[in-house]
Every structure is written in structure tokens, then in C-alpha cells.
Design a protein around this ligand. Structure first.
Ligand SMILES: Cc1cc2nc3c(=O)[nH]c(=O)nc-3n(C[C@H](O)[C@H](O)[C@H](O)COP(=O)(O)O)c2cc1C
Length: 186
């Protein structure tokens, strides 16, 4: 699919078919958002190459992956288990009880360590981190569209609740949530 086609097809999808994503599909999605390309740079631009974003996935039991929260490590293109168990339901509640969120096969959460960028750019660095989250999120949405999957960006959620559910380390703040799943056949 061309980039133009993916742009044309991207639409917020809040209804999902039952069933998880394959590990190969998850691999392509996370790479599009934060994967390494040339010279240790990423698919997403970053102010001063400070890379403040961290990416977490909440998944149900799926092919070769047990239910849990995973942290994407771009350098090795690997997922690391943060905690076991399916947290999609509590995540949906933390997102203002948007019930459809719990029916997504995978819920991606972009978090940020603002300090990484603030060290270089001071107060303005905060703005850069938000801009960067937009870049990463759009990459993910377009990759989902190109793969025939449905996704919607979610900005409405409790920072404290999402941080607690993901066991985010001190200093990291959740910025954006993107539930992704299969589009039901009509
Ligand atoms: C920053 C941001 C926050 C959003 N938050 C939510 C949300 O919390 N829940 C939701 O259902 N949609 C959310 N959306 C999706 C918008 O409702 C959606 O993009 C808009 O209705 C346009 O539709 P489209 O994405 O299909 O073009 C958000 C979109 C953006 C850009």
C-alpha cells in the first residue's frame, strides 16, 4: 500500500473483531513507531536525537506472547515483560471508562522521560516531547492502516492510573494511548 493510500484509509476505529495480533504484526507496528533505521536513528524524528519516548504494550494472550505489559526496546527490537496479566480492562477504565479500549487486541501507551530532552532544551524541551509523541503516534496509526488494522488515538485518561497500571518508572509520564485491533468484517 502506498503512503497516500494509508493516509486515505486511516480512520479512527473503535470496534474490533475478537482475536489477538500475531507477533509478526506487533513487530511491524512497534518498528513503525520507534524502530531503528540508519545510524541508530529512528523512524520518528527526535529533537536533538534525545529520544525521550518509551513505548509500552498491553496485550492479551496472543501467538507466542502471554498476556502482560511489555516495554519495547528499539535498540535490539525486543519486547521486555514488565508485568504479567491482561490490563486492558483497567486501562479502559483509566481512560474515562471508554469500554471499547478493552476490546482492542493491543493497547499501546507512549510515555516520556521529559528530562532527556529538557537537559538540552530546558523548558522548551517539554513542547518538543509532545511534538515527538505526535510523530510516533502518526507513524503507528499509518502502519496500522497499511496493515488493514483499526486504531484510534486516545488522549483522555488519568495519568496517575495509567502510570500505576504500567508500573512506569519514576520520572516517566504517559502521553498517548493507541488501542489497535482487527477491523470486524461487514
Ligand atoms: C489528541 C487526540 C486525542 C484524542 N482522544 C480521543 C479519546 O480519548 N477517545 C476517542 O474515542 N477518540 C479520541 N481521539 C480521536 C478523535 O476523536 C478522532 O481523530 C476524530 O474524531 C477524527 O476522526 P478520524 O480520526 O477518523 O479522522 C483523539 C484524537 C486526538 C488527535
Amino acid at each position: 500500500m502506498s503512503l497516500e493510500e494509508a493516509l486515505g484509509q486511516r480512520r479512527s476505529v473503535r470496534e474490533f473483531a475478537v482475536g489477538g495480533l500475531t507477533l509478526a504484526e506487533i513487530s511491524r507496528l512497534v518498528w513503525a513507531a520507534q524502530g531503528i533505521t540508519a545510524s541508530e536513528r529512528r523512524t520518528t524524528p527526535s529533537a536533538g536525537a534525545t529520544y525521550p519516548l518509551e513505548m509500552y504494550l498491553a496485550v492479551s494472550d496472543t501467538e507466542n506472547l502471554s498476556a502482560g505489559v511489555y516495554h519495547y526496546r528499539p535498540g535490539r527490537h525486543r519486547l521486555e515483560l514488565v508485568t504479567g496479566g491482561d490490563i486492558r480492562q483497567p486501562l479502559a477504565i483509566a481512560a474515562g471508562d471508554q469500554k471499547w479500549v478493552s476490546r482492542a487486541a493491543m493497547v499501546v501507551v507512549f510515555a516520556a522521560l521529559f528530562e532527556r530532552t529538557a537537559i538540552r532544551y530546558g523548558k522548551r524541551g517539554e513542547r518538543y516531547v509532545h511534538m515527538e509523541a505526535g510523530h510516533a503516534a502518526q507513524n503507528l496509526l499509518l502502519q496500522a492502516a497499511a496493515m488493514g488494522l483499526g486504531a484510534t488515538p486516545v488522549g483522555a485518561f488519568s495519568d496517575a492510573e495509567v502510570s500505576r497500571l504500567l508500573h512506569l518508572p519514576a520520572g516517566e509520564a504517559p502521553l498517548y494511548i493507541i488501542p489497535i485491533g482487527r477491523i470486524p468484517r461487514t
